[in-house]
Design a protein. Sequence first.
Length: 317
Amino acid sequence: MSMTEIEWTDEQGGSHAGPVRTATDQGNVIDCRTCGFLHVIPLPSPETLRRLYEEQFYQEDKSDYLDRAREDEEWLRLMFDLRLNRISRLLGGKDAPSILDIGCGPGDFLAACKDRGWRGAGIEPSPVATAFCQDRGLDVRQGFFGSDTAAELGAFDAIHMSEVLEHIADPTAVLKAAHGILDDGGVLAVSTPNDYNPFQETLVTEKDYREWWVVSDHHLNYFTFASLEALMQSCGFTPVARTTNFPMEMFLLMGQDYTSDPKLGRQLHGWRKSFDLTMAASQSDALEAYYDSLAAAGLGRLTIVFAEKSDPSGGAS
């Protein structure tokens, strides 16, 4: 792994510096001392990202994503119900809270909210995914979330972002915009891939795997639990809980190389769905405790962090 120091200045004049963790054809992933998390340099322009997520992502790069979501509907409902249970507890069991889902994709999280009687709304950059959500009867508008759109959405008791922050050039700006429309004492739930985690690092150093989780054209930022929690705290939130989901890298450590075999990957995904759904049928508390324990050790496929709005100013500028 290269540890060459590198510096780069973004279009707004911001300086980024740190050691290179991974070199790719599209650029380098650095452990940025300025930002406090790993990210790609150079970062793409806003126009490049707009074209990617409005015109290409679901149309070309992830053309089977919406169909796969339908196949996974029961499992996704379970995963999102576990998050909603936690949000509900943190809100003190508030009746019919309002919640915003940023980057809602096919709308499974909002569908789970709707079934609970929660007042859910979403914002999604892809017109394809937005239309898909609207056809499901969900309140979703097409667009990018930021300071210019946040005020139009109103205020919310809770905000949810599922695998969003890794895709955007300025996660700090998005979190601060979210802070501005979250009610005092409100809850923010964020999940991102848990990358450069100990399982992945072991596979690279002991089994000569390439860093397959680095997809620098889509994933601009790479978080651990610690770096995500630190970022949220810098934006005026107090992290209060963390959890995760099934650590798919365990299959790799057992010799099942799904990184080079998509068919095997889909089979193993089915195995983890079976594990979760079977456990949840009668041992949902044990399942939740299992994933909380993994997260406490910094393990699991996703970093899922719950935080409360604490600083009225939105953190440091």
